[in-house]
Design a protein around this ligand. Sequence first.
Ligand code: AMP
Ligand code: MG
Length: 417
Amino acid sequence: MIPIAEAEKIIDREVSPLKPETVGIENAVGRVLAETIRADMDLPPFDRSQMDGFAVRAADTKHPPSHLRIIGESVAGTGFDRKMKPGEAVRIMTGARVPEGADGVQKVELTKENYGFVEILETVRHLQNINQRASEIKKGARVFGKGETVSEQMIAALAAFGCADVKVFQKPQVSIISTGSEIVPIAETPSRDQIRNSNSVMLKALAEGAGAAAGILPQVHDDFETLKNHIAAAVGLIAEVPISKFRINKGEGQAPKSKILIVTGGVSVGDYDFTKPVLRELGAEIFFEKVSLKPGKPTVFARLNDSFVFGLPGNPVSVAVTFYLFVRRAVRQMQGAKNIELKRGHAVCAEPIKGAKERDSVLPVSLSTDKKGRLTIETLRFSGSSNFIAFARADALVLVPKNSSLEKSDVAEIFFL
Ligand code: AMP
Ligand code: MG
């Protein structure tokens, strides 16, 4: 059994970024930058007026009201190109270029126009109502770094610097196999002894949320040969899955060769738990298969033919926790992301939270704020690792270090979801 931190280190050691590709800016949100983005121009590109009004020489306005001659106008898109001389003013619009010679703008409300002249009613300070050239950013300055994930908020800045296309890391292809003879597709009504397949669609959503392209492969019965064939096909060891005597739903069809294969269920030591025996039989290099984590102890991480395989315990909450801690990390690493972990933080326990012997607990919790402005943690009536209905309300995961428990008012480490 290895600590969580060691399992993370192993993933970091084994997984490296995929090649970059180019995507249009409209498809860039959620992708990880494979290049540094620099400003290709000064912003603003010229001294820009913040107001509708008159561009003036501040020195001309020391003794208001000052009478200045209007010599032209500067509008957004078409500036005024002559140099302004003492005693002159140029009508100017918000966003327009401030003419050469002017060093301030008076807003129109503080002016009075009269037959080609304007009265400036209040003194204008040097640079008043002007956004100076390059005051936001200078040409050549770094805007975003390699490894940053493109957010909706970053799009305007990328567009401003002409990034119609951006270089990003390829998305890893994640394929998902759920195992269990008791599992039926979600559209079916389970008979006695059966339950619906919660894991495949959840994992697809989680993988896509982490930036992967994900596909659901057929569910597999707890049968050694069948599972072996499906895993072998998913990682490209065989071209096609041979016909099985078991009824199998089709999933989303044959996935393109997966960079990451996730297999849920069948990783424990039961008589029908075949994931590990199958991986061994196929010659996988198993990096770890037991983590001191609750839930998630039997998590497997292996390499098989150029793919990474994660074997996760079947309980939906265990699947989610081990995905967030381990699979997500690999998915983010493959995309060259700087942030490969969930955001960490601290919050105050609103009630006691029991830990486990020998294993660190990572439990889904909900977050609130109290009257003192503190972030607080409440458990989700978590009655064991199968309580995935409570998990639906989770905002975070809380870490309870092994052989300890958290008391009310203790400060605990959390991972935001
Ligand atoms: P296992 O890890 O195969 O022993 O499964 C542990 C528990 O998770 C069992 O109660 C399974 O029925 C349940 N389980 C396994 N796979 C799934 C799945 N795809 N969807 C929902 N529950 C599952
Ligand atoms: Mg099972």
